[in-house]
Design a protein around this ligand. Structure first.
Ligand code: DAH
Length: 341
């Protein structure tokens, strides 16, 4: 009797090991535990046994039945596990989608606005030399106006008398483009600039600017005003007004600083505009003849306008951000608020 049970046990073990699908597993269950199984027919012979042998036979029967049911169950688990792994309808784990940095979104918006009125977008170089950053922009090496453009110098062997530096503004990209291309020219150049400033709520040693300029015959200050007003209306509010204040920049003449009517209080006066109703947003002017000359453009035939603005400042105004450091600290709680993919 013991022997017969052992044979059934072994047969079942081997057959179930080879099973490769749930359907086959069901067949094996019927074969080894069903009404017509060897185990069932063996139990039918118990009535012919000596009464004293019956309990032992019953115990063996149960043991084998439980054993086979156990290995069937184990095998089943391997199928349900692999089934789960290929269930493509199963909801996926939540993943973090990257979003654009607010400065990237603002630069992109600014570029789109200027592109729509015919400006071409270009990038300049972050490493310049003194000629591009100063000299060609009518800021002579020894001139005190250079103090206003304090600079990171690079530890590279100078070419001639002009040392290498990290550009302190995007204006040198005007020089590069004017030397390379012939008028008519209309470019907008976004990029990083560097100044050795102490970091605080409104200063950073690295920040972003957008430079723009146009050169052609008969370009006037009116073209500059029209361009900037178009920009202000699209970037901020359709009812935005601009105010041009006379100013000095070495590379433009005449030069102006431009204020926009406060976009928070709409010109009525609030704490952001310090009750003036105006916010300064950029510098601009008519390109100085010396700058055109440095680039080999005949200043008698051609005129141009130029402007430059800080991207952080525009972004801070647009979104009501009060600390420039927030842009650079990589705090996701801040960055996630600008949900643009
Ligand atoms: N480069 C100036 C700065 O960094 C900004 C600027 C002013 C750019 C007037 C211009 C301009 O093109 O015409 O402060």
């Amino acid at each position: 009797m013991q022997e017969k049970f052992n044979v059934i046990k072994q047969e079942a073990q081997e057959a179930i090991r080879k099973v490769s699908s749930l359907a086959e597993l069901e067949e094996a269950r019927v074969r080894f535990l069903g009404r017509k199984s060897k185990l069932a027919s063996l139990s039918a012979t118990f009535s012919g046994l000596e009464p004293s042998q019956r309990p032992e036979a019953g115990r063996l029967f149960n043991e084998v039945k439980v054993f086979i049911a156990g290995i069937l169950e184990e095998k089943k688990k391997t199928f349900s596990f692999s089934k789960e792994r290929i269930d493509i309808t199963f909801p996926s784990k939540k993943t973090d989608t990257a979003t654009k940095h607010p400065l990237s979104s603002v630069v992109r918006t600014m570029c789109h606005i200027f592109e729509a009125i015919g400006f071409e977008i270009q990038e300049g170089a972050e490493i310049e030399d003194e000629w591009y950053n100063f000299q060609a922009l009518n800021i002579p090496l020894e001139h005190p106006s250079r103090d206003a453009f304090d600079t990171f110098y690079l530890d590279l062997p100078a070419q001639g008398k002009y040392k290498y530096l990290l550009r302190s503004h995007t204006s040198p990209s005007q020089i590069r483009l004017m030397k390379k291309r012939k008028p008519p020219l209309a470019f907008v150049v976004p990029g990083r600039v560097y100044r050795p400033d102490n970091v605080d709520a409104s200063h950073s040693f690295m920040f972003h600017q957008v430079e723009g300029f146009a050169v052609d015959r008969d370009i006037t200050f009116a073209h500059l005003k029209g361009t900037l007003l178009y920009f202000a209306k699209h970037m901020f509010l359709d009812e935005a007004k601009l105010r041009f204040r006379p100013h000095f920049f070495p590379f433009t003449e005449p030069s102006a600083e431009v204020d926009i009517s406060c976009i928070i209080c709409r010109g009525k006066g609030c704490s952001v505009c310090k009750r003036t109703g105006w916010l300064e947003i950029l510098g601009c002017g008519m390109i100085h003849p010396n700058v055109l000359k440095a680039c080999g453009i005949d200043s008698k035939k051609y005129q141009g306008f130029a402007f430059g603005m800080g991207v952080e400042r525009i972004a801070m105004l647009k979104y009501g951000i009060n600390d420039i450091r927030l842009f650079f600290e990589n705090d996701l709680r801040f960055l996630r608020q600008f949900y643009e993919v």
